[in-house]
Design a protein around this ligand. Structure first.
Ligand code: PEP
Ligand code: MN
Length: 339
């Protein structure tokens, strides 16, 4: 339930109303909007005396939130969430390019790619140190060594870093080492992990699950938000459908749905969505004009020899050309390319 307060409602009256509602057994989240303040009621609101609340002199309106996600809901927080990471803004009005190889393979590899993408205006450097592979025999990532190489690349280029976490035991290390923690598609419903990440204040890039509905994806964001971490970035990376030509099916319409239903930023990953390097440029351009707040693109200096996801990785030269197009389209959308 959402209680919209009248403009300029006096603070002491507002606090009294909050206490009154809390004695009815639900939690209250206050959101200061540009126009008015909103009280978001979380918990079992079915037994609440709605009439008693609406009769309060400072209450303008009461709305029932139908969706199961509350803190991720735009009704709870009408203003878009803008997340600031290392001086870069992620959210409505801004555009981020998160890029790098699928996995960190060596110090030279990550540093040379980092330098090339930085020179072409990337916003963040991304590389996997731990890889969730379908086969246990496939390259699993360099682990801690990979994280060290990423940090060196950050020192050398100034690019903030993004990397994927695999389990709860890694939370402390990732909070210390990276600027944005990625939760991969396979962990989207690892609720224990989501809760632990919710107790931190690190920005979390939450990928959509392999076969998750938009509501399930937003419910996963809710797990993080509910623990107090409001810095959630949604990442559409394609979903499983009956189509087999592409690795997944890129659901561009989810950008519009998530932005309509929630206040969270949405990034699109055309690399994992298509699985094909030659489709990355067109789908990146489509993501910009469909309203995404950024893209996540895999770049490798030698895709044919990549230890992971080479077939969907573009080269630094292709990335440079793509950045030119992205720049034009971002400007056309009236947004600012962060970098
Ligand atoms: C990745 O980002 O490299 C990755 C494994 O992606 P996803 O979780 O979307 O499959
Ligand atoms: Mn990958």
């Amino acid at each position: 339930m959402v209680v919209v307060l009248k403009q300029n409602a006096p603070l002491e009256k507002r606090n009294a109303l909050i206490s009154e509602i809390e004695t009815m057994g639900v939690k209250v989240q206050v959101t200061e909007g540009t126009e008015t303040s909103i009280l978001g009621l979380v918990g079992d609101t079915s037994h609440l005396n709605e009439f008693r609340i609406s009769s309060n002199e400072i209450v303008a309106n009461i709305l029932r939130v139908q969706e199961p996600f509350k803190k991720a809901n735009k009704m709870f927080k009408p203003d878009d969430t803008i997340i600031e990471v290392a001086g870069r803004k992620i959210g409505e009005g801004y555009f981020s390019v998160i890029t790098g190889p699928c996995s960190v393979e060596s110090e030279e590899q990550i540093e040379s790619i980092a330098k090339e993408v930085k020179d072409n205006g990337a916003t963040f450097l991304r590389g996997g140190a731990y890889k969730p592979r379908t086969s246990p025999y496939a390259f699993q990532g360099l682990g801690l060594e990979g994280l060290e190489y990423l940090k060196h690349a950050k020192e050398k280029t100034g690019l903030p870093i993004v990397s994927e976490i695999m389990s709860v035991g890694m939370v402390e290390k990732f909070v210390e080492d990276v600027d944005i923690i990625q939760v991969g598609a396979r962990n989207m419903q690892n609720f224990v992990l989501l809760k632990e990440l919710g107790k931190t204040s690190k920005p979390i890039l939450l990928k959509r699950g392999l076969a998750a509905t938009i509501e399930e994806w937003l419910m996963s964001a809710e797990y993080i938000l509910n623990e107090g971490n409001g810095n959630v970035i949604m990442c559409e990376r394609g979903i499983r459908t009956f189509e087999t030509y592409t690795r997944n099916t890129l659901d561009l319409s989810s950008i519009l749905v998530v932005k309509k239903l929630s206040h969270l930023p949405v990034i699109v990953d055309p690399s994992h969505a298509t699985g094909k390097a030659w489709m990355v440029e067109a789908m990146s351009k489509a993501a910009v004009v469909a309203g995404a707040d950024g893209v996540l693109i895999e770049v490798h200096n030698n895709p044919a020899l990549a230890l992971c996801d080479g077939q969907q990785s573009i080269t630094p030269e292709q990335f440079s050309k793509l950045m030119g197009k992205i720049r034009t389209l971002v400007e056309l959308e009236g947004k600012k390319l962060e970098g």
